[in-house]
Design a protein around this ligand. Structure first.
Ligand code: GDP
Ligand code: MG
Length: 165
């Protein structure tokens, strides 16, 4: 069995964009239509000669922002984290911390899995460094700036991830 790495986080933070970049595919559905129910999707990935399986989550998009929907998102993240040896927790550096982020973070702390806190959409990391600080409040470690769209930060991240295997 290849090591499994789960990508979790609330909708629209860029999970599928990150999965497409790491797995070098375009199969993960970016911005998929709201309300579509899909659970977890699995992709083959490789970095520095290490093979692993990447799991995209979050097919359940909230129909409207409503507390009722934060439970399924957290539960999907939980199911994915349970089968993974490491978790990539994606948040949105342009919006800051939300209640859904906090809900996912609490679950991840209980799971005791290694978590990488990825602050995405920092397309100009040198200018946007100050946006990282508020994510320390999630209590899941040092926030790492990335741009799933442009690829900034993803190589360093993958070096750290495959070092766990
Ligand atoms: P998911 O719901 O978490 O899977 O998010 P998606 O991957 O579908 O991305 C949601 C939106 O954010 C899309 O319009 C993406 O193009 C955009 N996005 C994802 N990553 C980045 C990024 O690094 N920078 C910017 N500016 N936009 C991004
Ligand atoms: Mg997605």
């Amino acid at each position: 069995m290849k090591p499994v790495v789960a990508v979790v986080g609330r909708p629209n933070v860029g999970k599928s964009t990150l999965v497409n970049r790491i797995a070098q595919t375009s199969d993960a559905i970016v911005h998929e239509s709201r309300g579509v129910t899909r659970d977890r999707s699995y992709y083959d990935a490789e970095w520095n000669g290490r093979d692993f399986t990447l799991v995209d989550t979050g097919g359940i998009e909230p129909l409207k922002s409503d507390d009722v929907f934060s439970v399924p998102i957290r539960d999907q993240a939980l199911a994915a984290a349970e089968e993974a040896c490491a978790v990539l927790f994606v948040v949105d550096g342009t919006t800051g911390v939300t209640e859904e982020d906090e809900s996912v973070a609490r679950m991840l702390k209980r799971s005791k899995k290694p978590v990488f806190l990825l602050v995405n959409k920092l397309d100009n990391p040198d200018r946007e460094e100050e946006r990282l600080w508020e994510f320390y409040s999630l209590g899941v470690g040092d926030p790492l700036p990335i741009s799933a769209l442009h690829g900034h930060g993803t190589g360093d991240l993958l070096d750290e991830v495959v070092a766990l295997f």
